[in-house]
Design a protein around this ligand. Structure first.
Ligand code: ATP
Ligand code: MG
Length: 374
C-alpha cells in the first residue's frame, strides 16, 4: 500500500474529544484534517481545515468528505456501518464497516468472541419479551445491558431475579439486550493495539482501570497484575485483531476475575480512554498510531517511558473553577488535556491528566492529594 504522507487531508467521522486528539496528532505530523459532525461547535471540528456539519448518514456530506480526503477514519463506533461501507467504496477507510459493526452491538460482539473461543462472562441474549421465558439462572445475579449505544455504564441495570430482569427489560424500552452474569472482579485491565493493513501489530503495555459510578476514573500503568496476565491480555488483543483482520487502533477491555482468569468485556474499534496515558508516557500515542495505520505507515514504538496514572476530569468538581485547574498545572509532572467543551455537566468527561512519576504508587499518592484539595 502506498503510504499517505503529510500535507494530505485525513477525513474523520465524529468531532468529539477522541476526534480532537486524533486531529492534534495528525496536525502535529503535518496532515490536514476534515471532520464530519452534526455539532456546529465540536472539539475536533474547531481544529479541522474543513468541518462538514451534517448527519453521519447524509450521502452528499459523505461524498464531500470522500472527495477531500486521502483516507478516512472514525472516532467512535456509533456511526452507521453503512456510511463506512459507502466511504470504503470511494476512498481508503479504516477500520472496516465489518469490524465496527461487530463492536457496536453487544449481541454480535459477544457471539463473535464466544464463537472464536475468546473467554467471555456467561451471557444470554434477550431480544424480545419472549426471550424472558428461557432459563436465566446461569446469568443471575447479573447485569442487563442494552445491546446498542451504551457507554460509561449507561443503559445497564443490575438484576438479581427473573422478575427484576423483566422489569429492567421494560425499563430499557424493551430493546435488544444482553444479560451478563455479574462476576467478582479482582481488577479490570485493557490493551490498546495498532494493526496495519499488512498485518503488523504493536500493542501497548496493559492499563489497570478503576471505575467510579460506571465511568472510567483512573488508568494505572504498568498495571499491577502478574506478568502472565499482562502477557495473556496483549496476546489475546493481537489474536483478536488478526481474527477480525482489523486495521487501525483497537482497545480490548478485560475483566480479571478473582480466580485470576481473564474475560473479554468489550472491544472498542478506536483509541480508548484507558489508552490516553500513551500521549505522555509512551514513545508514540495511540492517536499517532491511528494516523499511521490509516496512512499505511508502519506502527510506532509502544514502549512505556515512565510509570503513569491517567485520571479523568469529570464535569464536577474539577473543571468548575479555574482554581482546580491551576492546582493541576502547578504540578511539574502533571500533563493536562482539556477537550474545550463549553458546558461542564456533572459526569461529563471534560478532560484528563497524565501524572508521570517514578512509580505508580507515588503518582497515585499525588493524585489523591490533588483530589483531597479540590
Ligand atoms: P465504557 O463506555 O466505560 O466501556 P460501558 O457502558 O461499555 O462502559 P461496560 O464496560 O459493559 O459498560 O461496564 C461498565 C463497568 O461495569 C465495567 O467496567 C465493570 O466495572 C462493570 N461491569 C460490567 N459488566 C460486568 C460483569 N459482567 N461483572 C462484573 N462487573 C461488570
Ligand atoms: Mg466498558
Amino acid at each position: 500500500m502506498t503510504p499517505i504522507l503529510p500535507q494530505a487531508t485525513l477525513g474523520l467521522l465524529g468531532g468529539g474529544q477522541l476526534g480532537q486528539m486524533f486531529a492534534l496528532a495528525a496536525i502535529a505530523m503535518g496532515y490536514r484534517v476534515a471532520v464530519l459532525d452534526p455539532d456546529p461547535d465540536s472539539p475536533a471540528g474547531r481544529l479541522a481545515c474543513l468541518h462538514i456539519q451534517a448527519a453521519y448518514d447524509d450521502r452528499a456530506a459523505l461524498d464531500q468528505l470522500a472527495a477531500v480526503s486521502a483516507a478516512i477514519t472514525t472516532e467512535f463506533e456509533n456511526v452507521p456501518a453503512e456510511s463506512l461501507r459507502y466511504l470504503a467504496d470511494r476512498v481508503r477507510t479504516s477500520p472496516s464497516a465489518e469490524c465496527v459493526s461487530v463492536a457496536q452491538d453487544r449481541i454480535t460482539e459477544k457471539r463473535y468472541l464466544a464463537s472464536r473461543g475468546f473467554p467471555v462472562v456467561p451471557f444470554q441474549v434477550i431480544e424480545t419479551a419472549n426471550d424472558l421465558n428461557q432459563p436465566l439462572d446461569s446469568c443471575l445475579p447479573g447485569i442487563l445491558k442494552l445491546a446498542r449505544l451504551g457507554y460509561d455504564g449507561k443503559g445497564q441495570v443490575r438484576v438479581k431475579t427473573r422478575e427484576a430482569v423483566a422489569e429492567a427489560f421494560a425499563q430499557l424500552g424493551a430493546k435488544p439486550c444482553v444479560l451478563e452474569r455479574q462476576i467478582e472482579l479482582q481488577t479490570e485491565i485493557s490493551a490498546v493495539i495498532a494493526r496495519t493493513a499488512d498485518g503488523q501489530t504493536a500493542c501497548y503495555p496493559v492499563a489497570e482501570n478503576r471505575h467510579r459510578d460506571g465511568i472510567l476514573d483512573v488508568s494505572i500503568v504498568p498495571a499491577r497484575v502478574s506478568v502472565a496476565i499482562a502477557e495473556q491480555a496483549r496476546d489475546m488483543a493481537c489474536r483478536l485483531a488478526d481474527a477480525m483482520d482489523y486495521v487501525g487502533v483497537m482497545a480490548v477491555e478485560y475483566f480479571v476475575a478473582t480466580d485470576a482468569t481473564l474475560r473479554v468485556n468489550e472491544i472498542a474499534p478506536r483509541p480508548h480512554n484507558s489508552g490516553h496515558f500513551t500521549q505522555d508516557a509512551c514513545v508514540a500515542s495511540q492517536f499517532e498510531q491511528q494516523v499511521r495505520t490509516l496512512c499505511g505507515l508502519p506502527p510506532a514504538d509502544t514502549r512505556l517511558l515512565s510509570p503513569v496514572v491517567m485520571a479523568n476530569l469529570l464535569g464536577e468538581p474539577w473543571h468548575d473553577g479555574s482554581a482546580a485547574i491551576g492546582r493541576l498545572l502547578a504540578g511539574s509532572n502533571v500533563k493536562l488535556h482539556l477537550y474545550g467543551k463549553r458546558e461542564a455537566r456533572s459526569g461529563r468527561k471534560m478532560g484528563h491528566v497524565n501524572l508521570l512519576a517514578t512509580s505508580t504508587e507515588s503518582a497515585l499518592q499525588q493524585l489523591s492529594l490533588l483530589r483531597d484539595r479540590s
